[in-house]
Design a protein around this ligand. Structure first.
Ligand SMILES: Cc1ncc(COP(=O)(O)O)c(C=O)c1O
Length: 397
């Protein structure tokens, strides 16, 4: 916790930037990215070279990314949404086939299952890590479960090996153990059991959207896997599906994005180190603030702090949490976000599709969760200001 004189001092340095809970650029760009773009354009200006098709540096980026994650293969695509669709399409879901998806996180995984004719089964989340709860997954497994689709929570790895064990103990009668697919859109560069996210499980999908831990000029995505057949399929269907006799469309990443991706990947660990340093400082400054629950990092995970995900205690839930967020925005000048509402909230089609399923932990989290701005380039003074503002606003409210 901060002492009163530290709070007063910190509040006298109001940030010059308007920080948002999910900043619009999640990484930093330097001269290296600009040089990579210019070089790539120059090389592509030759009519015998051009920008296509899967030309270098796209395969170089794929190889570098696979090796960063410790996976055998990687396929670069135009964003994480198509990466999810490609992996789900590979499963060839039939009516009634079920996929277990966390009820609290982001909508993309559930929409893909729904859009490809599968049945979304919500798995509730654990109240401490906010990850898809393995105990609830066990309860939801059925002879129709084709996949378990955890969404890594805001930079923190989900316990992938636990889902794999559950899948192996409850194999599908025709297809065998359910495939474990990780949505790591918000967790690129995070760690799990001494390795990187992107190795454990059957497949992992990543986003390089502008807000993510590393970005490829605003959009971009990747699929990692050790399954050669999935990799072959993914490479084929991202460009109309030739060779594997499957439907595909154009989901290619451009050479310029891949060139930037290589540079961003080389900086990713330093971005995450920056996030972690700020988060650890923040953990110290906000320790023991009454009413506040700070992010939790299990011993076998390396949190990349894509978001700094807090919760308020029960007595602050709902309107009082909202009032806190409004005070921080209107009076102190920075915006926290509720980045993980129940996935079916404001999604009529998903709510109807999953009617009758209940997710008590997710429903409670909707009233308690809030994410405080964090960014690798955030100055220490801004970090201190944000902590001092939270302490001041909470003690006043
Ligand atoms: C968890 C999660 N999955 C998938 C996506 C989709 O990523 P993209 O914008 O690259 O398609 C996002 C984007 O915010 C996300 O947060």
């Amino acid at each position: 916790m901060m002492l009163q004189h530290e709070i007063t001092e910190a509040l006298s340095h109001r940030p010059t930037k308007y920080w948002r809970g999910e900043p619009l650029l999640g990484s930093s760009y330097g001269q290296e990215e600009i040089d990579a773009v210019v070089q790539c354009i120059r090389e592509s200006m030759d009519p015998t070279v051009g920008f296509g098709f899967s030309a270098p540096p796209i395969p170089d980026f794929e190889q570098a990314f696979a090796s960063y994650c410790g996976a055998k293969y990687a396929t670069a695509v135009n964003s994480c949404g198509p990466a999810i669709d490609i992996v789900i399409r590979y499963l060839n879901l039939q009516p009634g086939d079920e996929v277990i998806v966390p009820s609290c996180n982001y909508v993309a995984s559930a929409l893909s299952v729904f859009g490809h004719g599968g049945q979304v089964i919500w798995g509730d989340v654990r109240p401490d890590t906010l990850q898809l709860d393995p105990e609830d997954v066990k309860r939801k497994m059925s002879p129709r479960t084709r996949a378990i689709f955890p969404v890594h929570m805001n930079g923190l790895s989900a316990p992938i090996d636990e889902y794999v064990a559950i899948a192996e103990a409850n194999p599908h009668p025709v297809h065998g153990p359910a495939k474990v697919i990780g949505d790591a859109a918000r967790a690129c560069g995070g760690g799990y059991k001494g390795g990187k996210i992107g190795k454990a499980g059957w497949a992992t999908v990543f986003s390089f959207h502008t807000m993510k831990n590393m970005t490829t000029l605003g959009e971009g995505g990747m699929i990692t896997t050790d399954d050669e057949d999935l990799d072959k399929y993914a490479h084929s269907v991202r460009m109309y599906g030739g060779g594997v006799n499957a439907w595909g469309t154009s989901n290619v990443m451009t050479k310029v994005q891949a060139a930037v991706g290589l540079v961003q990947l080389s900086k990713l660990d330093s971005f995450i180190a920056g996030r972690r340093r700020l988060a650890h400082e923040r953990n110290r400054m906000l320790a023991d603030v009454p009413g506040l629950i700070l992010p939790f990092e299990p011993a076998d995970c390396y949190h990349s702090y894509y978001l700094y995900t807090c919760r308020v205690k029960d007595e602050w839930a709902g309107a009082k949490r909202d009032e806190l967020m409004a005070t921080l925005d209107n009076e102190f000048g920075f915006r926290c976000v509720i980045a993980n509402p129940p996935v079916y909230a404001n999604r009529k089609q998903l709510a109807e599709h999953t009617r009758g399923q209940s997710n008590p932990v997710t429903e409670h989290l909707a009233k308690t969760i809030f994410c405080v701005p964090i960014h690798p380039a955030m100055p220490d003074a801004d970090n201190k200001y944000i902590c001092a503002a939270i302490i001041t606003a909470m003690s006043r409210l």
